[in-house]
Design a binder for this molecule. Structure first.
Ligand code: PNS
Length: 165
């Protein structure tokens, strides 16, 4: 049996916590598709194409069974299109749990054939989030421990362009 999982998220941008979860999941599933949500309601710092290519850079060493795709709409529909039986989400701390439980139960209601699996982020990345990394970088702080090197470089470049109107 081929085990296929999707790992959905906003990834604006991918952090070391995300990468850690992707690495762990890549060892558990025969195929892992990292799904980058194209959410028209949000104004991301990186557009969806930029987010996809940054992630592709970061996961290149995880193997050919790992791919990255943009998606719109419901995560479960994306999972069905990928013929995935699993959704992967990372948990950093207890504070993530409530929202993740709600999402997992909603997704189960929508697609009972798909199970959500949670992977604990490595302890050293338990505090890392995309929004905190952006804030730290914006004020000139060091984000090298929070972000993969290509992401940190892209973020520095983006912020050097000045505020977006
Ligand atoms: O990286 P994030 O922002 O925590 O990811 C959240 C994401 C993209 C997984 C979630 O917002 C999502 O699944 N959005 C797609 C819409 C959807 O399926 N909603 C119902 C599930 S709650």
């Amino acid at each position: 049996m081929t085990r296929v999982a999707v790992f959905p998220g906003s990834f604006d941008p991918m952090t070391n916590a995300h990468l850690d979860v992707a690495r762990r999941a890549s060892g558990l599933f025969d195929r892992l598709v990292i799904g980058v949500l194209n959410n028209p309601k949000k104004r991301p710092l990186f557009d969806v194409g930029e987010r996809v290519s940054l992630i592709e850079h970061c996961v290149v060493d995880l193997g050919e069974h790992v791919s990255v795709e943009a998606f719109d709409g419901l995560t479960v529909e994306f999972a069905r299109r990928q013929e995935a039986g699993f959704i992967v989400r990372g948990l950093r701390a207890v504070s993530d749990f409530e929202a993740e439980l709600q999402m997992a139960l909603t997704n189960r209601k929508l697609a009972p054939e798909i199970d959500t699996t949670f992977l604990m982020t490595a302890l050293e990345y338990g505090y890392v989030s995309s929004s905190l990394a952006k804030e730290v970088a914006r004020f000139g702080g060091d984000v090298t421990e929070m972000l993969p090197a290509p992401v940190a470089a892209a973020l520095a470049d983006r912020l050097s362009e000045g505020p977006r109107v």
